[in-house]
Design a protein around this ligand. Structure first.
Ligand SMILES: CC(C)(COP(=O)(O)OP(=O)(O)OC[C@H]1O[C@@H](n2cnc3c(N)ncnc32)[C@H](O)[C@@H]1OP(=O)(O)O)[C@@H](O)C(=O)NCCC(=O)NCCS
Length: 175
């Protein structure tokens, strides 16, 4: 089990197989509500070793400020993003794309939609997230999306094999 807050975007506990697609495809991104908790939970389970149950995700919708995005390809779910806006701050809680769909632009499309929504609907000056320091695909995605490291928590995550990994806090400003 990972040593982290329950809402933290911790990243996978094992390396993710690289699957850089040769061609780009366009995912449909929509904002979804509590009725999609089971779908979001299934996508989360495909990306993380400490899956969030449908009940846990449904409960997240009961707290004001949750933003849930679902990416689909020909109506088939292939990615999700959960974020929250609270007390003037926006934070990414989790993002994941099905292994077979990775490397096709879905992760970036989810971030692009989130950025547009947060700018349009909130007064947040930027977005924050936490990521395991060894999660190279996620770090590459965030850096490409304009996030910069603003903090580091030593040995914050504990992997199933007992190894501790640092957490990096990253921020993207809208200014
Ligand atoms: C991180 C994750 C969401 C990326 O989703 P994705 O749909 O594959 O990402 P994209 O195809 O949109 O990639 C956008 C950019 O991110 C970077 N990137 C993403 N995956 C990468 C990889 N495996 N290797 C190198 N760069 C990568 C690249 O710069 C890429 O741009 P490019 O294709 O022009 O080179 C996906 O790997 C995933 O679900 N991982 C498991 C869950 C996880 O770790 N979530 C993050 C927790 S903090």
């Amino acid at each position: 089990m990972q040593k982290c807050r329950p809402t933290l975007c911790a990243g996978p506990c094992e390396p993710v197989p690289m699957n850089r697609a040769q061609t780009r495809k366009v995912s449909r991104i929509e904002q979804v509500d509590k009725t999609h908790a089971a779908v979001l939970s299934g996508l989360h389970a495909a990306s993380f070793e400490d899956p969030w149950s449908a009940a846990a995700i449904a409960a997240m919708f009961d707290v004001p400020g949750l933003i849930a995005l679902l990416a689909t390809q020909r109506d088939a779910p292939e990615g999700f993003l959960l974020a929250r806006f609270v007390a003037g701050e926006a934070e990414i809680l989790s993002i994941g794309v099905l292994p077979a769909a990775r490397g096709s632009g879905t992760g970036m499309a989810l971030l692009d939609r989130l950025h547009a929504l947060v700018r349009e609907k909130t007064a947040a000056p930027g977005l924050l997230l936490d990521v395991a320091a060894d999660n190279q695909p996620a770090l590459a995605l965030y850096e490409k999306a304009g996030y910069k490291q603003v903090g580091r928590r030593k040995a914050y995550y504990r992997k199933p094999n007992g190894v501790f990994v640092d957490s990096l806090t990253m921020r993207r400003d809208f200014a």
